[in-house]
Design a protein. Structure first.
Length: 102
């Protein structure tokens, strides 16, 4: 695992249940603010879906984005945590959290 990936995973673990963050905010927390696409690549490598809650990462405009387990599973997981989703979009003013900077 790269130093960048490790920082992304550490920052992701600070996002509480029922909240979301963005690829861009995770990139910033990992020290590379423009590397939001690289965060997506890190998320795709997640094999510990229960421990590393990558379903809590969404696009900066509130769109759900992709998920290793499929969009339907991501929506189900987020809804089970109390996140309201309308038209595959999340109201970031209600659910967004800035991850702790590592």
């Amino acid at each position: 695992m790269s130093v960048f990936s490790d920082k992304v995973w550490q920052a992701l673990q600070t996002v509480p249940r029922g909240k979301v963050t963005t690829y861009q905010l995770l990139a910033r927390a990992a020290g590379k603010p423009k590397a939001f696409r690289a965060v997506g690549s890190v998320m795709r490598q997640n094999v510990q879906l229960v421990i590393l809650p990558c379903h809590r990462v969404v696009k900066s405009n509130g769109d759900i984005g992709e998920y290793v387990g499929g969009i339907n599973q991501k929506v189900t997981l987020l809804q089970s945590e109390g996140v309201v989703i309308n038209n595959n979009r999340i109201n970031l003013s209600e659910y967004l959290v800035v991850p702790n900077i590592v």
